[in-house]
Every structure is written in structure tokens, then in C-alpha cells.
Design a protein around this ligand. Structure first.
Ligand SMILES: Cc1cc2nc3c(=O)[nH]c(=O)nc-3n(C[C@H](O)[C@H](O)[C@H](O)COP(=O)(O)OP(=O)(O)OC[C@H]3O[C@@H](n4cnc5c(N)ncnc54)[C@H](O)[C@@H]3O)c2cc1C
Ligand code: FES
Length: 274
């Protein structure tokens, strides 16, 4: 019988410092490549992996690399507590254990053929990065695509090289709360920028991931834009243990975030929202 909890070994082949408290880790399987699913991708954008560091425990992280990339997965780790501090001490060549990919991810088939508004803030960029890579690879399938990304300061914006690259194919709009003297982008909340987006709400979908207050604010902006609740997809974060619908650590209402999510539409999640 297959052991659903059994992780496999991965090696850290690259580490990048993306901000004062966030590092990117590129993880490669010890043997062979990551397997591709029946959609021809390694994972659905929005899915996550459980990463364990022996002696420190295990935690979920969104996958930030392209779903078409089978040689490695990238994760972005914000230094928060015991495990993530230990991860930040690791060096290239060190080994970790990984399970997954888990969860549902964004409904890419439903999103096809539509305008897409992606909205994120802070450390919420990984699932949007994977979704952006997917959309760019299958560009002919999508309408107008926006990525609106907000951070506290310019130094807190993650994946800066990717943001520049993506802007050639989709519209990337950056905003910060506290600009420095070199900042040429927007200033203020992501929610302020969303109001300026011009899409046909009947033909658009929204994908969101970010800090709680931003998500709450967006609820009152995307809805007035006319995008219906069933077309607003939210990537939720909850504390997890098993990752596979067994331990009940991640429940929101009657949903398991690890298995029914982490992506939900507002229609499903609104009543359980906290
Ligand atoms: C589906 C999913 C995807 C995630 N993706 C990423 C990612 O891409 N990058 C990233 O840096 N982190 C991500 N996280 C959060 C990450 O798993 C936690 O930061 C990590 O578990 C913290 O472990 P720790 O032992 O270092 O900190 P702990 O000692 O466990 O906690 C430190 C602090 O962080 C808070 N915290 C811990 N876990 C969470 C959580 N899930 N949500 C909100 N607050 C939390 C705790 O309450 C505490 O205040 C994700 C979480 C989920 C559920
Ligand atoms: S993390 Fe165990 S049920 Fe979701």
C-alpha cells in the first residue's frame, strides 16, 4: 500500500536572498525528475508542498516555479519561527525531505479564455508566480492578464527578476506603501490599483493570495467591479499537519484547506471567512 506520508529526498541546488527575511530555495530530486500529471504539468499552479528539515519539523510552502519545469521546484521561505529559521541557515548542497504536490490549485481550465486579474501582496507571490508562468506558456488561451503586486517597501518585493520578465507578456503593476527615492511605481494599497483595471467583469476571473486584511479589502473591490463571487479564487493559508485531509488541523467551516483547497472561490468560502 502506498504511504501517503512518505517524503522523498531533495537537494538544495540554489539559494537566493529575495528580501531581508525571504529566501528562495531551488529543490531538485535526489533521483530523476518530478513526474508530470495528465495535464502535462508537474503541479497545478496554487498547489503546495510539505517540506521537512530533520529535527525541526515540516511546513507547507506554495510552489513558485513554472509548472512545466520538471527538473526542480522553487519555494520562497519567509523567516517566521523554528523551522523557517533553520531553513534559512541551510547551504547549497544540503538535503531536505518533500511531500506533495498537495491541494487543488487554481481551476486553470475554467480560467482559460477569460481575462485574468491576479492580485497579491507580501509573501503571497509563489502561487501567483506559478500561475503567471502557466498563463504565459499558454498565452493564446487567455485574454488580458494583470498581475497586481503590493509590498511594504520596494526592498520587500520578491522575485524582482521574474516581475520584469513577466511584464513583457502580461501587465505587471507594482505598488508599495513606503516608496524610496528611486521608486517609479504606484504608492498605496493594492485595492486602490484594482479599481483602475479595465476588464469586462462578465468575462474575467480573479486570483488572489496575500495577507488577511488585503483579502478582506479586495472583497469589497472585486465585487463592485462586477466580478462574481464564483469567479474570485482565493488561495488560503491555514496551519497544517498531515496535508492530506486526515488530521483536521486546517478546517475552515466544513472544508479542509489542505484537500478541498487551498484555492476556494468566494461563493464557497464566504460564510466561513474569519
Ligand atoms: C498552503 C500554505 C502555503 C504556504 N506557503 C508559504 C510560502 O510560500 N512561503 C512561506 O514563507 N510560508 C508559506 N506558508 C506558511 C508557512 O508554512 C509557515 O510560515 C511555516 O509553517 C512556519 O513554520 P515555523 O516553524 O518557521 O514557524 P512557527 O513557529 O510555526 O510560527 C511562527 C509564526 O508564524 C505563524 N504561522 C505559522 N504558520 C502559519 C500559517 N500557515 N499561516 C499564518 N501564520 C502562520 C505562527 O502563528 C507564528 O506566529 C504557507 C502555509 C500554507 C498553509
Ligand atoms: S492538514 Fe490535516 S486535514 Fe488538512
Amino acid at each position: 500500500m502506498k504511504n501517503i506520508y512518505k517524503p522523498f529526498k531533495v537537494e538544495i541546488v540554489k539559494i537566493e536572498e529575495h528580501s531581508s527575511d525571504v529566501k528562495l530555495f531551488r529543490l531538485q530530486k535526489e533521483k530523476g525528475h518530478f513526474s508530470v500529471n495528465d495535464q502535462g504539468i508537474v503541479f497545478n499552479p496554487g498547489q503546495f508542498v510539505l517540506v521537512s528539515n530533520f529535527g525541526y519539523g515540516e511546513a507547507p510552502f506554495g510552489i513558485a516555479s513554472s509548472p512545466f519545469e520538471a527538473r526542480y521546484v522553487d519555494i520562497l521561505v519567509r523567516r517566521a519561527g523554528c523551522l523557517t529559521k533553520a531553513l534559512h541557515q541551510l547551504k547549497k548542497g544540503d538535503q531536505l525531505f518533500l511531500r506533495g504536490p498537495y491541494g487543488n490549485g487554481f481551476p486553470i481550465d475554467f480560467m482559460s479564455g477569460k481575462d485574468v486579474i491576479m492580485v497579491t501582496g507580501g509573501c503571497g507571490i509563489p502561487p501567483m508566480a506559478a500561475l503567471t508562468e502557466y498563463i504565459i506558456e499558454k498565452k493564446w488561451k487567455f485574454g488580458r492578464v494583470y498581475l497586481i503586486y503590493g509590498a511594504r517597501t520596494p526592498a520587500d518585493l520578491l522575485m524582482k527578476d521574474n516581475l520584469e520578465k513577466w511584464d513583457k507578456d502580461i501587465k505587471v503593476i507594482l505598488t508599495v506603501d513606503q516608496p524610496d527615492k528611486n521608486w517609479k511605481g504606484h504608492v498605496g494599497m493594492v485595492s486602490k490599483i484594482v479599481k483602475e483595471i479595465k476588464v469586462d467583469p462578465l468575462d474575467a476571473v480573479a486570483a488572489m493570495c496575500g495577507p488577511g486584511p488585503m483579502m478582506d479589502a479586495l472583497e469589497y473591490i472585486l465585487r463592485p467591479l462586477g466580478v462574481s463571487d464564483r469567479r474570485i479564487f482565493v488561495n488560503m493559508e491555514r496551519k497544517m499537519q498531515c496535508g492530506v485531509g486526515k488530521c483536521q488541523h486546517c478546517t475552515v467551516g466544513d472544508k479542509f484547506v489542505c484537500q478541498d483547497g487551498p484555492v476556494f472561490n468566494f461563493d464557497e468560502i464566504d460564510k466561513a471567512w474569519d
